[in-house]
Design a protein around this ligand. Structure first.
Ligand SMILES: [Zn+2]
Length: 150
């Protein structure tokens, strides 16, 4: 992005009026353009060097903020896709199976199917709701929830 004089804001960072254009660093050996953003706390000009061909430093919006178009976002998503174990569908499927197992455990405990009774570990899955299995309607509902979908 070319330098724009009189810019008041750049990606959320406020720009200072009458900025110091250059920064001299490394004991006077390096002269570079200075970030033109204004500190929100001290209201002074940022003391970092600006990025190449940008008006601001990397903390004030000089770095890329990622793709904006739908195609660009989709391309990034496809590039990060590795095995699909943590997709929303996989997580929902895992949660459903976990809830099904929890209902099966409840039914087994209710019918004294196990020697001592099984106490499930961990927090209950989000799709699970504790049912009163002495109520016939809720018992039927629990049995229905153990059936596989499709
Ligand atoms: Zn800055």
């Amino acid at each position: 992005m070319p330098l724009v004089m009189g810019l008041t804001s750049y990606k959320g960072a406020n720009m200072i009026k009458n900025p110091e254009p250059y920064l001299i660093t490394a004991g006077g050996k390096i002269r570079c353009r200075r970030c033109k953003a204004q500190s929100s706390r001290t209201k002074a000009q940022c003391k970092n060097p600006a990025l190449k061909s940008k008006a601001v430093c990397k903390w004030h919006g000089g770095l890329s903020t990622g793709p904006k178009t739908k195609e660009g976002k989709e391309r990034i998503r496809a590039a990060h896709y590795k095995h699909g174990e943590e997709t929303q569908e996989a997580k929902a499927q895992r949660s459903e199976k976990s809830a099904m197992f929890r209902y099966l455990t409840d039914l087994g405990n209710h019918c004294n199917l196990f020697y001592k009774g099984i106490k499930p570990l961990g927090r209950p899955p989000s799709q699970y709701a504790k049912l009163d299995l002495n109520d016939p309607e809720e018992l039927a509902l629990a049995i229905l929830k153990t059936l596989p979908r499709k």
